[in-house]
Design a protein around this ligand. Structure first.
Ligand code: IPE
Ligand code: MG
Length: 224
């Protein structure tokens, strides 16, 4: 969800103003996903690298996550959304961890759709953490395969993303879902995240729908 800072700066405000507008964009996009039949939405809220931002911004972001989770949980639950949070927990405050656990436990049996909030998330960290679990379990070299790593990701039952949308015109992966995105379609949108709305989502899905996915194969050969 890139572009919050630029959006705020264009309006003469600090980045935190843009982050607040970014939360409103998540709500719109989540509703759009529900209406369009998208079952899983992952949002990259805070990366393992974002701690290097100015302290005031990090603090404002953490406060915003906490506040938003507290405020939105009832409605999410009522709408049948299952909330999951991906990322390293131990570096988050105990208050935040409590909120996360509460949200995940309360919504665990919901089947209306999944909102995966990537918070203190890094794709490399996730792979490292999966390998650590394997070692802790005493896995032998022969037992380490792709399925074994997939089964030890933060939320193992989530499907791999079909489409990854990167906003604000940036064309980088930035450590997002590295393992899961091996065959994801990428789309770069010029829209700054706080401006991202249902028409942008619809345009992205239409673009995705027009692509031919081969997963490394040559499916056209099979049909002649
Ligand atoms: C949102 O956008 C990123 C986070 C939620 C941490 P940025 O804050 O990176 O926006 P720009 O790149 O400064 O415009
Ligand atoms: Mg940015």
């Amino acid at each position: 969800m890139d572009g919050n800072g630029r959006w705020a700066r264009q309006r003469g405000h600090p980045a935190s103003f843009g982050h607040r507008a970014g939360v409103r964009a998540i709500k719109r996009v989540l509703q759009g996903c529900e209406d369009l039949g998208v079952k899983v939405l992952s949002v990259y809220a805070f990366s393992t690298e974002n701690w290097t931002r100015p302290r005031a911004e990090v603090r404002a972001l953490m406060r915003l996550f906490h506040e938003t989770m507290q405020r939105e949980i009832d409605e999410m639950h009522r709408r049948g959304v299952r909330i999951v949070v991906s990322g390293r927990r131990d570096e988050l405050s105990s208050k935040m961890r409590e909120r996360i656990d509460e949200a995940m436990e309360r919504t665990a049996r919901n089947t209306g759709g999944v909102l995966n909030v990537c918070l203190n998330y890094g794709g490399r960290a996730e792979i490292v953490d999966a390998v650590r679990k394997l070692i802790e379990e005493g896995a032998s070299a022969g037992e380490v395969d792709e399925a074994a790593i997939t089964a030890r990701l933060y939320v193992p039952d989530l499907p791999e993303p079909d489409l990854i949308i990167r906003t604000a015109g940036e064309s980088r992966v930035s450590n997002f879902l590295l393992w899961q995105s091996a065959y994801s379609e990428m789309l770069v949108s010029e829209t700054l995240w706080p401006d991202f709305d249902v028409p942008d989502l619809k345009a992205a899905i239409a673009d995705f729908g027009a692509r031919v996915r081969k997963f490394g194969g040559r499916p056209e050969a099979a049909t002649g």
